[in-house]
Design a protein around this ligand. Structure first.
Ligand SMILES: Cc1cc2nc3c(=O)[nH]c(=O)nc-3n(C[C@H](O)[C@H](O)[C@H](O)COP(=O)(O)OP(=O)(O)OC[C@H]3O[C@@H](n4cnc5c(N)ncnc54)[C@H](O)[C@@H]3O)c2cc1C
Length: 286
């Protein structure tokens, strides 16, 4: 059980994000992805959490299972909106008993309908403080290079982000497609006196429709030039993937040259694109 705080101090990390599967077939796909990505010797892997607790048990079981049954270090995502404090502290106690040292403390999206999420938390910062008080966890938070879609404006989003990062150990960003968006955010944070490491989140494009949808939800700008290149080959899955791998490789090279603390890949429970990018970058473990 390694702490991500210490892993980051030792040099650029490489990490992979998974989500809890809903069906037996999806479970087999996740197991295969983990097995195929393990030889890359990732610094850590993470498992997402359904906002409001919809995957509470599944996320917990997968994260604890990875720590127990594989040589990998695991991080549990945890959202707070809609939760009571005692629900969170009991889950944190289970993680501690399961030797899980790393928590990504998130707000989580409020319910899509007009229902107001009831619970003890308004923002992720309150969860960071509770995780800190609950045990010797290494705590990460979410960062949004282009601002969170619910923010009133970018300046207030940056101030809230700096306040949250100051009490956390590290941040991981929402995916983005323009390295300058990430670099501008780092400059803004430095100007606010915050130098907590923030790992860029990388989403390789493997499916045009899916990426347009995700970009819309996350507020990440999708560059017109990339969209045009992808739309030209939209019917040809292999060409889409090849462009996605090429573009992500270029972005990762630039970010590594800029001295980022690590690379966090949104794998969508598949291994191929991430393995290709890691190979292109020469990150394959020997
Ligand atoms: C790396 C990463 C992993 C993620 N994993 C998951 C996951 O597993 N499950 C899931 O459901 N979602 C996940 N998300 C999405 C995330 O939960 C949503 O984006 C959510 O809407 C906001 O989460 P946050 O942690 O940024 O919240 P917060 O930090 O609470 O920010 C949310 C909004 O509130 C504003 N704000 C913050 N503090 C204050 C304050 N004091 N006063 C006024 N406004 C404030 C912020 O500027 C922002 O606009 C992830 C996001 C990232 C980047």
């Amino acid at each position: 059980m390694a702490s991500i705080r210490e892993l980051l101090a030792a040099g650029p990390t490489i990490s992979f994000e998974f989500f809890p599967p809903k069906t037996d077939e999806a479970e087999r796909q996740l197991e295969a992805a983990i097995r195929e990505l393990e030889p890359l010797d990732p610094s850590f892997v993470s498992v997402t959490y359904g906002a409001g607790g919809s995957t509470r048990e599944r996320t917990r079981d997968i994260v604890i299972g990875i720590e127990r049954d594989t040589p990998l270090t695991a991080m549990a995502h945890l959202t707070c909106v809609g939760h009571r404090r005692d629900e969170v502290t009991s889950l944190l106690a289970e993680y501690q008993r399961g030797d899980v040292a790393n928590i990504l403390a998130l707000g989580g999206d409020p319910p899509a309908d007009d229902a107001v999420a009831e619970g003890d938390f308004a923002h992720a910062l309150e969860l960071v403080e509770l995780v800190r008080a609950s045990g010797p966890f290494s705590v990460g938070v979410a960062a949004h290079p282009e601002g969170h879609p619910r923010s009133a404006d970018l300046a207030s989003d940056r101030r809230h982000l700096a306040a949250k990062l100051t009490v956390a150990d590290f941040g991981i960003t929402q995916f983005f497609f323009e390295p300058d968006a990430y670099l501008r955010m780092i400059d803004d944070l430095a100007a606010l006196g915050c130098d907590t490491p923030v790992i860029p989140g990388i989403m390789p494009v493997t499916n045009v429709g899916q990426i347009h949808r995700f970009a819309e939800l996350s507020g990440a700008a999708f560059p017109a030039r990339l969209a045009a290149r992808l739309d030209e080959v939209a019917g040809d899955a292999a060409s889409v993937r090849a462009i996605g791998v090429e573009v992500a490789t270029e972005m990762c090279s630039r970010l590594l040259a800029e001295g980022v603390p690590g690379l966090h890949f949104y794998t969508l429970n598949r291994s191929t694109a991430t393995r290709d990018i890691a190979a292109n970058l020469g990150l394959v473990a020997t």
